[in-house]
Design a protein around this ligand. Structure first.
Ligand code: AMP
Length: 398
């Protein structure tokens, strides 16, 4: 069975075609600038030298997906003879609100429920649904499945997800903590248990998804107990361009002082903050690390603050779970930031964490990176959200 995995943004989309018999990626790619001048598709296939590039006007997601399917079924660069070989499509859907605690076949009723969640993710859900609608037209009769970023966190109890706000804001508008990156937290939880030879139900795990967007989750006996992102992906850790946790009183204060409206302050916190805003250098940790090595004080402070926040959440989650068996690092920085992982795990003897410097000297590979006698195991696991989406799609399509 072959599953096409789609991750649609407002002007871009990522795709992978996966053969579920052996979970092999047959081809993958990226379309950018959908509906904007300069639309471009970059397609890759194992064994194919370089990338196959298509530069043609793509006015909407339907246009873009038609080009994707042409590439996927192309005689030279494609991976199937005919697009009829695609048995199912799995879509990443960002917000499933309280309606979806697991993936779902995209029936009209489910699509309506996703539309109802759009107020909570106005930039993401409508874009995700554009991909769904396009596939319904181009691939009629092919099963389509939605896999939600929020679903894994739906096991959070009320004590974790309620804010200290008037209760009617929750009942009227659904203002509560939801959490994101759920597909990634679930994947690394399952993989960590596999690597440790145990069931997720027998472990207390803290999963650190440290990418441009970053979140941490406390996974207690296989279920998410807490996670650092909230109503939106702004809460929690300091990120590439997002501020993470701040005193909420700062918001009216800067609105007054800087003359910003709600959109202005939203942009400031989401796009102009994080390590980018703290340093004025870049949102990419490699650039910040380079500047810190040259003695740039703002870069040193930003990295120190980043590490401090991660340590704080790890301590908090160990306290919430009454202990921790394993800590997992994943996503761009978690998978590649050797020094960052070392700094986070430094001075954690109180918890029983002992990182093995030699084992930690690796990028992007499944590996236990703690010492053999470390009470808490530390693992590096490259995330694979696409595979998780394809697995759920296969399960529901069957
Ligand atoms: P992601 O959002 O998971 O794709 O992660 C992207 C982020 O990972 C980038 O913005 C970088 O800050 C970080 N990153 C990627 N490679 C490295 C590296 N070799 N060292 C440090 N950070 C890295």
């Amino acid at each position: 069975m072959k599953v096409l995995v789609l991750n649609c943004g407002s002007s871009s989309l990522k795709y992978q075609l996966i053969d579920m018999n052996n979970e092999e990626v047959l081809c993958k790619g990226l379309v950018e600038r959908i509906g904007i001048e300069g639309s471009i598709l970059k397609h890759e296939k194992p064994g194919l030298e370089g990338k196959h590039i298509v530069e043609e006007a793509m006015n909407d997601h339907k246009d873009a997906i038609k080009h994707v399917l042409n590439a996927v079924a192309d005689a030279k660069v494609g991976a199937v003879k005919d697009m009829k070989e695609i048995d199912a499509v799995g879509h990443r859907i960002v917000h499933g609100g309280e309606k979806f605690a697991s993936s779902a076949v995209l029936t009209d009723e489910v699509i309506k429920a996703i539309e109802d969640c759009s107020a909570l993710a106005p930039l993401h859900n409508p874009a995700n649904l554009m991909g769904v609608e396009a596939c319904q037209t181009i691939l009629p009769g092919v099963v389509q499945v939605g896999v939600f970023d929020t679903a894994f966190h739906q096991t959070m109890p009320e004590k974790t997800f309620l804010y200290g706000l008037p209760h009617e804001l929750y009942t009227k508008y659904g203002i509560r903590r939801y959490g994101f990156h759920g597909t990634s937290h679930m994947y690394v939880t399952q993989r960590a248990a596999e690597m440790l030879g145990k069931a997720p139900e027998d472990l207390k795990i803290i999963t650190c998804h440290l990418g441009n967007g970053a979140s941490i989750a406390a996974v207690d006996h296989g279920k998410c107990l807490d996670t650092s992102m909230g109503l939106t992906p702004l809460e929690g850790l300091i990120m590439g361009t997002r501020c993470g946790d701040i005193d909420p009183a700062i918001i009216p204060f800067i609105m007054n002082k800087e003359g910003l409206d709600a959109d202005g302050v939203d942009k400031l916190m989401n796009k102009q903050s994080g390590v980018y805003g703290m340093t004025g250098i870049s949102s990419d940790f490699r650039d910040i690390e380079d500047a810190a090595k040259e003695g740039n004080k703002l870069a040193i402070n930003a990295l120190d603050a980043y590490v401090q926040r991660v340590k704080k959440y790890i301590g908090a989650y160990a306290a919430e779970m009454n202990g921790v068996d394993a800590i997992v690092f994943t996503a761009g920085l978690g998978e590649n930031g050797i020094g960052m992982r070392a700094d986070i795990c430094k001075d954690m003897e109180y918890l029983g964490v002992s990182l093995d410097a030699e084992k930690n000297d690796v990028r992007g590979k499944d590996r236990v990176i703690s010492t053999d006698d470390s009470k808490v195991k530390v693992l590096l696991i490259p995330t694979n959200e696409e595979l998780m989406i394809a697995r759920d799609t296969l399960r529901l399509a069957k």
